[in-house]
Design a protein around this ligand. Sequence first.
Ligand SMILES: [Zn+2]
Ligand SMILES: [Zn+2]
Ligand SMILES: [Zn+2]
Ligand SMILES: [Zn+2]
Ligand SMILES: [Zn+2]
Length: 371
Amino acid sequence: MLPKGSDWKSRKSKKKYELEKEQIERIYELEKEQVERKYELEKEKVKRKYNRLKNERIERKYKLEKERVEKNYELEKEQAESTYELEKLQVERKYELIEKKFGRLKIERIKKMYELEKEQIIEIVRNLVHNKSYIVYGYWYCHQWKCEHKKPLQCISREKCEYRDKLDDLQLLYSGKCKHKSQCQSVMECRNKFKRKWQTENNCKLEWRKRYDQELLKKSLEVISERRTGWLEFFQTCENNHENLISSFLLYTSENSNKPDLEIIRHLVWNHYYRVFGNWKCSRCQKKWRSAYTWISLQKFITKATGKQCIKGDYVMQKCKERTCGNDGIISSYKPLVRSESGEHKRHLCEKCKRGYECFESGTYFGYQYI
Ligand SMILES: [Zn+2]
Ligand SMILES: [Zn+2]
Ligand SMILES: [Zn+2]
Ligand SMILES: [Zn+2]
Ligand SMILES: [Zn+2]
């Protein structure tokens, strides 16, 4: 048995022990917290270091890869260029032969075309100068050549660009075959089809307008009729520095409308006529026919005269298509020309061509509605 005093003592030391234990535990918690915080900080530091190293490694790898790709690209470019040069030479030789045949005629044709274009503009402006119902804008659509070949193999000249696409067509042409749906009757026809399609796909396509008020129309008409070079005012340069003759005149009924009420396409003008799509009937028998080569008075077109309001003299006569009849035709209705699918000009149907004139078309532009 323990004495009373020792029992008290033992209780006292027990209390002390409890206190100390508590203190130690508190210190332990504190230290634990500190260590944990330190551990977290250390972890962050290591993580940052790891990331930095990782980025450096990726950067190095990326640089190497880039160098490799660039070297490959140079090699491939060189290869493609030498193939292109070879092909070009082959086509050039063939093309020279064709040029020898048709080249000399070209200069005369160009001169004739300039005269015709000048007359077309004069005719349109003459009809617009006294108009009071329309707001008039000149409209330019750039159909000049622009290379659509993939970079870096872009062509430096139109001829070169065309040669590249011409290779296959030329081979077909020389072997006497034709890849067009309606088999071409002549080499010329086939060549023109290719040219037209190629032109529509490889042009600049920039467009812009210029307002022509009555004052400006009057001044322009004076200049173009009196000065030899007066029509050059209707040439404008696009942002890619291509020269273009005016494509059409857009006529609006209000300044705010975004669609023109009427469009006069320059290359569809012939003397005082304008080419439209007409519905015809015979003045004697029941025969009816339609013609995309209908020429009506430009003035009637601008004033939106109906087909019935067009009398003899307002249009270029077409005779009844019924062979045994052959009487004069009458226009029952007409509408602006729509672009034909083949895009080729059928000279045997065109009254203008049949009368010995030549239709020079810009070929690619058939109205605001198609852009
Ligand atoms: Zn090209
Ligand atoms: Zn063909
Ligand atoms: Zn252009
Ligand atoms: Zn008839
Ligand atoms: Zn024609």
